[in-house]
Design a protein around this ligand. Sequence first.
Ligand SMILES: [Cu+2]
Length: 148
Amino acid sequence: MKRLIQYHLTLLLLIQLHMSLPHAMAQNNKTQLAITNAWIRKVPTISTHTAAYFQIKNTSNKNRILVNISSPIAAKIEIHTIEKKNGLSIMQHIDSILIPSHSKVTFKPGGYHIMVFNFDQQWFDQKTVPFTFQFDDGSSFVEHFIWQ
Ligand SMILES: [Cu+2]
């Protein structure tokens, strides 16, 4: 009988751990930041660079700052914006981008984009490409981008 109770207690503890751990972890990074429409441009094979786009929505009460994006597809990846100067569109490298509380930021052609330099074309064979998003509070998560 004692053994049975102990077993039940252990099981209960395991269930509790199982339920609370992923929840606590998710709170830290992803649940309050939603990524949608994540895609990477399928450029011709002669191209060495490509770009990736997405929309990020911050449903939390806290401003978040995206400080880095990385991926196994390329060693050099930068966050870029496009500015118009004297009628010309010029790409600008930005160090970080604010994702304000309860709002969204869209990365799209002609605007914010993830610049991917000298990427490994073997990734064309994969359905998706993983990108890691890192924030100033130390949190991070991986999102999979579809070739398009
Ligand atoms: Cu660019």
